[in-house]
Design a protein around this ligand. Structure first.
Ligand SMILES: NC(=O)C1=CN([C@@H]2O[C@H](COP(=O)(O)OP(=O)(O)OC[C@H]3O[C@@H](n4cnc5c(N)ncnc54)[C@H](O)[C@@H]3O)[C@@H](O)[C@H]2O)C=CC1
Ligand SMILES: O=Cc1ccc(S(=O)(=O)O)cc1
Length: 478
C-alpha cells in the first residue's frame, strides 16, 4: 500500500490532514474496502490552490528546455514504477493485471513522449504583420479525473499543463486514488518545483466542487460523466474559468456492406468489451445492413463467449469486474431495460457470469435487433454490452449514427477507403476511426455535442492550457 495513503501532496511535500473525513477504497473483485483516503475539505483545497498560485510566475517563466527535461525525468519515473502502477490500477479499478500492463500503462509514457515532441517544435511566438501573437500559460489548473483509465486520464492532462508552463492541482477519482499517489511520487522524484504539481484526494460533491469554484483556479480540465461536467461548468461560471470537458459517449460503429464482416464484427465487439466496457470511446452501437443482422449477431455472440472474464490477478483474464457497485447496478438496470423493451439477447444477459458469487463481474452481453429509440441504444452503459442496430442504406446508417446527444467517437468499416472517408466526413463526432487503426496519441481527442468541448492529446492538448495574447505595434508600421 502507498506509504502516503491518507495524505495530500502540496507545495512539494506530503501533508497529513488533521482530522477530517475519510473515504473507503473498494476492491471491485470482492466489493470489500481495502484502503482509506483522506477527503480534502475547503481548507486543504485552498492550501493546494494557493501553493499552485505562488509557484505560477516562476514556472511560467521556465524555458522549454527545462520543461522538456522535467517531462523526460517523469517519463523515466513511469518506466521505473511500471509494476507498482499496474498493481495499483488492478486493485483499485479491477483491470486484469495483463491488461494493466499491455493496454493501460503505455498511455502514460506515450503522452509524455508526444508532448515532448510537440514542445520541441512549438511556436509560442508568431509575428503577424506588426502584431506579435504570443501564447502564455493560462495559470492555475484544476485537473479532475475519473477511474476508468487512471494513467491515461491523469497524464493526458498533467503533461500538456506542465509543457504549457501551468501549475496544477490534481484531484483523481476517489475510486482510483492509489495510482495517482504513485504518479505524485514520480513527479516528486523527478524534481517538479515546489507548488507546480499538487494532489488532493476526495469526492466530487465536496473536494471537486471546492476546486471548480475556487477563485484562484483559472481553468478546470475534467473527464467523467456528463452530469459531473455540467456541475463543474456551473461552479466555474461565477469566476469565468475556462472549462475543458471530456464526457460520455455512445459511439456508433458503421459496418458498410463491403466490410470484412468476421474482422469488423469481432474486433468491434472486442473493442466494446475492452476494459469491461468502461471506455468513453467504446463502439457500443454496431450498425449493420438489415440483411446482415443474423450474421453479425452470430459473430458478435461468439466474440462475447470467448471474452474471458476473470479475477484481476488471473493472467489469462481479458475482462475484470466493473469498477464500482454503482456501475454494476447501472449495467444490470440497462440490460433489464433492453430485455423488457424487446431487444434479443444473443450472448450474456443479466447477473454475474457463472462461477462468480461476489464482486462487480458482468457477463459480456450482445443485444441484436435493437431499436435506436431503446434506452440501451441511447444511454452510456459503461459496461461490456454491445447493441446491434439494423440500417436500410448508407444514408440511414449516417442518420442513426448521428441520432444521439453524444459525439465523442465514431467508427466506419469498409473495404473502400473513399467510401469510408466520405461517410466519416458526415459523422458528428470528434474522433472517427476507419478500419480500426492503431492509436495515434498525436490525434485530437474530444467530443462534439454533450460529449464535451476542447481537445486533448499532443499539440491540441497543449493549446488547451494556453492563453493567446496579441501585442499590437510590436513592429513599427512600415
Ligand atoms: N468520459 C469518461 O471517460 C467517463 C465517463 N463516465 C461516465 O460517468 C458515469 C458515472 O461515473 P462516475 O464514477 O459517477 O463519474 P463522475 O463523473 O462522477 O466522476 C469523475 C470525477 O469527477 C468528480 N466529480 C463528480 N461529481 C463532481 C462534481 N459535482 N464536481 C466536481 N467533481 C465531481 C469525481 O470525484 C471524479 O474525480 C459512468 O457510468 C459513465 O457513463 C465515468 C468515468 C469516465
Ligand atoms: O475513456 C476514455 C478513453 C478510453 C481509452 C483511451 S486509450 O486510447 O485506449 O488510451 C483513451 C481514453
Amino acid at each position: 500500500m502507498h506509504q502516503h495513503l491518507g495524505e495530500f501532496y502540496i507545495d512539494g511535500r506530503w501533508v497529513a490532514p488533521s482530522g477530517g473525513r475519510e473515504l473507503d477504497v473498494f476492491d471491485p473483485a470482492t466489493g470489500e474496502p481495502f484502503a482509506r483516503i483522506a477527503v480534502a475539505g475547503v481548507e486543504a483545497v485552498d492550501g493546494a490552490v494557493m501553493a499552485a498560485r505562488r509557484a505560477f510566475e516562476d514556472w511560467a517563466a521556465s524555458s522549454v528546455a527545462q520543461r522538456i527535461a522535467l517531462l523526460s525525468r517523469v517519463e523515466q519515473g513511469f518506466q521505473a514504477r511500471q509494476d507498482d502502477l499496474c498493481r495499483a490500477m488492478s486493485q483499485e479499478m479491477g483491470v486484469p493485471i495483463s491488461a494493466a500492463r499491455s493496454i493501460h500503462f503505455g498511455s502514460g509514457p506515450a503522452h509524455l513522449k508526444e508532448t515532448m515532441r510537440v514542445l520541441e517544435r512549438f511556436a509560442f511566438d508568431e509575428l503577424r504583420g506588426t502584431t506579435l501573437v504570443t501564447r502564455e500559460p493560462i495559470g492555475v489548473c484544476a485537473l479532475i479525473t475519473p477511474w476508468n483509465f487512471p494513467i491515461n486520464q491523469v497524464v493526458c492532462k498533467i503533461a500538456p499543463a506542465l509543457a504549457a508552463g501551468c501549475t496544477m492541482v490534481l484531484k483523481p477519482s476517489e475510486v482510483s486514488p492509489l495510482s495517482a499517489l504513485i504518479i505524485a511520487d514520480i513527479l516528486d522524484e523527478a524534481g517538479v518545483p515546489e507548488g507546480v504539481f499538487n494532489l488532493v484526494n476526495g469526492d466530487g460533491a465536496g473536494t471537486g466542487q471546492a476546486l471548480a469554484s475556487h477563485p484562484e483556479v483559472d481553468m478546470v480540465s475534467f473527464t467523467g460523466s456528463t452530469r459531473a461536467g455540467i456541475a463543474i461548468a456551473k461552479a466555474a461560471a461565477d469566476t469565468v474559468k475556462r472549462v475543458a470537458q471530456e464526457l460520455g459517449g455512445k459511439s456508433p460503429n458503421i459496418l458498410l456492406a463491403d466490410a470484412d464482416f468476421p474482422r469488423a464484427v469481432t474486433l468491434g465487439a472486442n473493442r466494446c468489451f475492452n476494459n469491461s466496457g468502461q471506455s468513453c470511446v467504446a463502439p457500443t452501437r454496431m450498425l449493420v445492413p438489415r440483411a446482415r443482422m443474423q450474421e453479425a449477431a452470430h459473430l458478435a455472440a461468439e466474440a462475447a463467449r470467448t471474452a474471458r472474464v476473470g479475477q484481476p490477478s488471473d493472467p489469462q483474464a481479458a475482462l475484470g469486474p466493473v469498477a464500482t457497485r454503482a456501475q454494476f447496478e447501472k449495467v444490470q438496470r440497462l440490460i433489464g431495460e433492453g430485455i423488457a423493451a424487446g431487444a434479443r439477447v444473443v450472448a450474456g444477459g443479466p447477473g454475474r457470469p457463472e462461477g462468480f458469487e461476489r464482486g462487480w463481474f458482468v457477463r459480456p452481453t450482445v443485444f441484436a435487433d435493437v431499436d435506436p429509440s431503446m434506452s440501451i441504444a441511447r444511454e452510456e452503459i459503461f459496461g461490456p454490452v454491445l447493441c446491434l442496430i439494423a440500417y436500410e442504406d448508407e444514408e440511414d446508417a449516417i442518420r442513426i449514427a448521428n441520432d444521439t446527444c453524444y459525439g465523442l467517437a465514431a467508427y466506419v468499416q469498409s473495404a473502400d477507403p473513399a467510401r469510408a472517408r466520405r461517410v466519416a466526413r458526415r459523422l458528428r463526432a470528434g474522433n472517427v476511426q476507419l478500419n480500426y487503426p492503431p492509436v495515434d496519441r498525436g490525434a485530437p481527442f474530444g467530443g462534439y455535442k454533450q460529449s464535451g468541448n476542447g481537445r486533448e492529446w499532443g499539440e491540441f492538448g497543449l493549446h488547451e492550457y494556453l492563453e493567446i495574447k496579441g501585442i499590437q505595434g510590436w513592429e513599427p508600421p512600415a
